[in-house]
Design a protein around this ligand. Sequence first.
Ligand SMILES: NC(=O)c1ccc[n+]([C@@H]2O[C@H](COP(=O)([O-])OP(=O)(O)OC[C@H]3O[C@@H](n4cnc5c(N)ncnc54)[C@H](O)[C@@H]3O)[C@@H](O)[C@H]2O)c1
Length: 315
Amino acid sequence: MNKTGVAVIGTGFWGKNHSRIYKELENTNLVAICDVNSERAKDIASQYGVKAYTDSSTMLKNPEIQAVSVCTWSIKLAEEALKCLHAGKHVLVEKPMATDTTQARMLVDTAETNGLHLSVGFLMRFIPGLQQIKRAVETKKIGEMVSATAKRVTQWPERIGDVGIVKDTAIHDIDVMRFILAEEPTSVYAKMGSMRHSQFEDYAQIMLTYESGKTAFIESNWLTPYKIRSLNVTGSEAIMRLDYNSQELLIDNAIETVQPRNAFEEPLKAELQHFIECITKKKKPIVTSEDGYKALEIALAAMESSAKNTVVKLK
Ligand SMILES: NC(=O)c1ccc[n+]([C@@H]2O[C@H](COP(=O)([O-])OP(=O)(O)OC[C@H]3O[C@@H](n4cnc5c(N)ncnc54)[C@H](O)[C@@H]3O)[C@@H](O)[C@H]2O)c1
């Protein structure tokens, strides 16, 4: 089998998992990893028997590397992803992709101009229960969809010090809403603030409205002492409830509660496998670069709404 040569830039909490999975997948060959923290780079590289770099520009000269996962601090994602694209590599850049839409547009356009595949780390789309909810909304298995409510709350993971909860966490649910509704929100109203974090917002409530009359609510915080990650989708005939932690899905209708049995799958494994197949088998991407751009645009509009205490209209 022809294996795709891959590398990972940023091997902290999340990049370590990318590295492990690339080592596990049958169709990838982990060639090298890069982290500005030389100790960390050496550790991970020796664990997987690959070459360690602290400077990505040097690593990217290696022609064996065809695709790269960019898992650096959020404020460095766009810069590193752009370097990879300029070096002719396909890229999976972690969310939030960039710090602003100018950077995000630059990534989308550079990938397109150079004929490279660019995807964004919207992991939730690879959870079977969410895919089932999307199909149920599309086929009206729950009747007419009315609203969706997402909750993603936990304690502040202190390693995240460069962005607030909206770009780090709520962006997952902004993307989930775009995924299941297949309709762009027309306006956003949000309230956010900081109770413990000195620099960035650590709680946010975001409401998205749609031309069709549907509404989406997103609650995120780094304040709750235990972790809840859930999605409730209300239809005229049934309600679907997904627990992202257990991947358990429940469907309540007028007469019964049904629990479909979806085999537990590691979403990151499915995501990386799919990323590689988009490159080698030209599969239709589940997450496009434009999805990354749009989610960031909505996240920024939510921040503007809260700052100005007003509804922000979306294009
Ligand atoms: N999709 C998901 O579900 C998910 C989950 C967790 C984290 N993430 C994303 O992954 C990224 C990393 O998060 P984390 O929790 O692993 O953070 P982390 O702080 O644990 O790791 C980041 C690593 O990147 C390295 N780094 C920073 N800038 C670099 C650069 N220019 N070149 C090389 N290395 C660099 C740091 O030294 C550190 O080791 C963030 O963007 C985060 O939003 C996504």
